[in-house]
Design a protein around this ligand. Structure first.
Ligand code: ZN
Length: 282
């Protein structure tokens, strides 16, 4: 059954209710491999809020149209915040120096991911094809990950003289050793590797991805909402006690050292030579 939910303003996502107590948010920019512009991120946030506040929803799936889950941030879309209603407490997005862009990324990237990570309902990423850099920022904040056997996960931005994407939970998600290899080499991790390292819960054939994810969501949704919330909160609190939030904020500071280093040397937020490094290895 699909929801009769009013979603006229959403252009880059869809909101569905494929089963009782289950909401599914779908990235709907397959023509650009679900690259995320600020509109998509804002729409995602609105949709997560709808699902979070709906008393009839217990589990939220985040899925994607097309061959690839997400190619990352849409760099061609620019960083203009004038059409965006902030949900956090940052301001001065157009300020000079480090101030404006740090506020922008704190609002649009780290702030959103942390907010979604803390939704008090179970969330499941349903992942196929490529997940690149900012694409990981939609997978890692989710509680569970089901992926198809063709899924790959990469954060190649060290080639651009950066530490990694902005929601820096790499060591928590992939383990410190593999996290360093991913970052140093830019190499995509395969679905099988991700499974062996505990980064994903299940790997299935592509044609079973949607049904497997939905079955898992329905299984979870048979449990009482409050029990699920308490369980999620307890695991998240454990990660927080291990320093997850502080680690993210620390890496975010270094991320902006990287952006400002590149601005001073190259006049752009990332080292333009990185593109050639990536192309040479393709
Ligand atoms: Zn950045």
């Amino acid at each position: 059954m699909d929801a009769a939910i009013d979603q006229p303003a959403w252009q880059h996502i869809r909101y569905e209710q494929p089963a009782p107590r289950v909401a599914r948010i779908v990235l709907a920019r397959s023509e650009v491999a679900n690259a995320q512009d600020y509109r998509m991120i804002s729409e995602l946030n609105e949709a997560f809020d709808v699902a979070a506040r709906d008393e009839n929803v217990r589990v939220i799936i985040l899925a994607a149209d097309g061959n690839h889950f997400s190619s990352g941030h849409d760099l061609r879309a620019g960083t203009d915040m004038s059409d965006i209603d902030p949900i956090g407490t940052w301001c001065c997005f157009g300020a000079d120096g480090a101030e404006g862009y740090m506020a922008t990324e704190a609002e649009m990237y780290v702030g959103m991911c942390w907010r979604w990570r803390n939704i008090p309902k179970p969330t499941i990423a349903q992942v196929q094809g490529k997940v690149i850099a900012g694409g990981l920022m939609l997978v890692w904040p989710m509680d569970l990950v089901v992926c198809s056997d063709d899924a790959t996960f990469a954060d190649p931005v060290v080639a651009f003289s950066m530490n990694g994407h902005e929601y820096f939970t790499h060591a928590f998600e992939a383990g410190a050793r593999l996290a360093k290899e991913m970052l140093f080499t830019g190499r995509p991790i395969t679905a099988d590797e991700a499974y062996r390292r505990g980064m994903v819960n299940q790997v299935v054939p592509r044609d079973e991805l949607e049904s497997t994810t939905l079955a898992l969501a329905e299984h979870i949704a048979r449990r009482p909402m409050f029990g699920l919330t308490l369980a999620k909160q307890s695991v998240n609190n454990t990660l927080d006690a291990m320093g997850m939030y502080t680690a993210i904020q620390s890496a975010f500071g270094l991320h902006h050292v990287g952006h400002n280093h590149n601005l001073r040397l190259h006049g752009s937020l990332v080292d333009p030579a990185g593109l050639q490094v990536i192309r040479d290895e393709a």
